[in-house]
Design a protein around this ligand. Structure first.
Ligand SMILES: Cc1ncc(COP(=O)(O)O)c(C=O)c1O
Length: 388
């Protein structure tokens, strides 16, 4: 059997090789501290599990789900956006239900672009954006995100050719992998730039609940006019420790929402109604769970960054998502450094280069492990005396 050319064009998963290396190390009996992942370690809150069990017992949830999602879930998403960000959205026209935001990210190039048209992606960035590029046969242009700009793109640097060619731009704040956050002013600039250059914007808000524990991250839709040019993708994966459940939604521009709904009419029959009930339980649960999760990761960050500073390892100063962005010692690549840590002290980190060329010089540390293990990881790394 041969696979289609399209499947053969799919990008190779850089992090598959990291997983293989970690598993090989574990197989030797080593006690590996795995800071290489982006998978929440805590269970889904019990009230969400309970609401789902109840929904599961209702035979109505066993039938084909409604195309384009249940009204109750879309209303809960709309109410959530109003309570969190003060943004009013029409649940029918401005919300699309998705089985995880990865689906939206991968299907949007197919829904909005013709083959050969240009999508602009951040470098460093979440590697799965590239899957959508390959499936839709579109052209990708990478824009560098640099530490000196707070890992925000600099629109001034776009050439006239790029401004003309670009049809779709992906952004992601709080950012994976750097932890950088955006400001409302930056999103306002983005809206102006998108309007001036006839560009759609997709803001991947996967870490929308994970700020510094005090201030919630800003939503793209809080920028005036954002709904004219784009959508935001909101997932419950990280906000409510529901990564395995695959529940998300897109919110914003009605034309893009219609495009998402149309492509999904052909690809899926909605998402399991009991999962939408879980989504309702989560999104209507108020500030408590949001505060708890943001505080937990902020405390872990504080513990890790403080311990790292004590061995002379200074984190890049970011406070969003659940990642620390850590520099690589002089004279090493990010892959050599992460190989060395795994080999010598059984600590796994994600090499920055896996997120794009601009990620070189850094590794990403995931805070999805408790504080004691984070501090132990730093202590092990300290025994290598790599930092001045
Ligand atoms: C930046 C970013 N976007 C999207 C996703 C995918 O999230 P979901 O579980 O909603 O598919 C992830 C998951 O790690 C992510 O890091």
């Amino acid at each position: 059997m041969t696979m289609s050319n399209k499947l053969n064009q799919l990008p190779k998963q850089f992090f598959a090789s990291l997983v293989a290396k970690v598993n090989k190390k574990i197989a030797t009996g080593a006690d590996v501290i795995n800071l290489g992942q982006g998978n929440p370690d805590q269970p889904t809150p019990a009230f969400i599990v309970e609401a789902t069990k109840k929904a599961l017992e209702d035979p109505m949830t066993h039938k084909y789900s409604q195309f384009r999602g249940n009204q109750a879930y879309k209303q809960a998403a709309a109410d959530f956006y109003f309570q969190q960000y003060g943004i009013k959205v029409d649940p029918e026209k401005e919300i699309a239900v998705m089985g995880g935001s990865k689906i939206g990210l991968v299907e949007l190039p197919l829904a909005l672009l013709n083959p050969g048209e240009t999508i602009v992606l951040p470098d460093p960035g979440y590697p799965d954006y590239l899957s959508g590029v390959a499936l839709a046969d579109v052209k990708q242009e990478l824009i560098p995100l640099k530490p000196e700009n707070g890992y925000l793109p600099n629109y001034e640097e776009w050439s006239p050719e790029l401004r003309k060619a670009a049809k779709l731009l992906y952004l992601n704040y709080p950012n994976n992998p750097t932890g950088a956050q955006a400001t409302k002013a930056f999103f306002e600039d983005t809206v102006r730039f998108a309007k001036a250059n006839d560009l759609w914007v997709v803001h991947d808000f996967a870490y929308g609940a994970l700020g510094n524990g005090q201030k919630a991250p800003v939503s793209f839709l809080q920028a005036e006019g954002a709904k004219d040019v784009g959508v935001e993708l909101y997932t419950l994966s990280k906000t409510y420790n529901m990564a395995g459940w695959r529940v998300a939604f897109a919110v914003g521009n009605a034309e893009i929402i219609e495009a998402i709904n149309l492509i999904q009419d052909h690809l899926f029959v909605g998402i399991f109604p009991a999962l939408q009930a879980a989504g309702v339980a989560a999104l209507t649960s108020g500030e408590g769970p949001l505060q708890a999760i943001a505080t937990q990761y902020a405390n872990r960050r504080q513990a890790f960054v403080t311990a790292a500073a004590q061995i002379g390892w200074q984190a890049y100063p970011s406070d969003g998502a659940f990642y620390c962005w850590m520099p690589v010692p002089e004279g090493m690549t990010s892959e050599e450094f992460s190989d060395l840590l795994l080999e010598k002290v059984a600590v796994a980190v994600a090499p920055g280069v896996g997120f794009g060329e601009q990620g070189e010089g850094f590794v990403r540390v995931g805070l999805t492990i408790d504080e004691d293990r984070l501090i132990e990881a730093v202590a092990r790394i300290g025994t290598l005396h790599l930092f001045a």
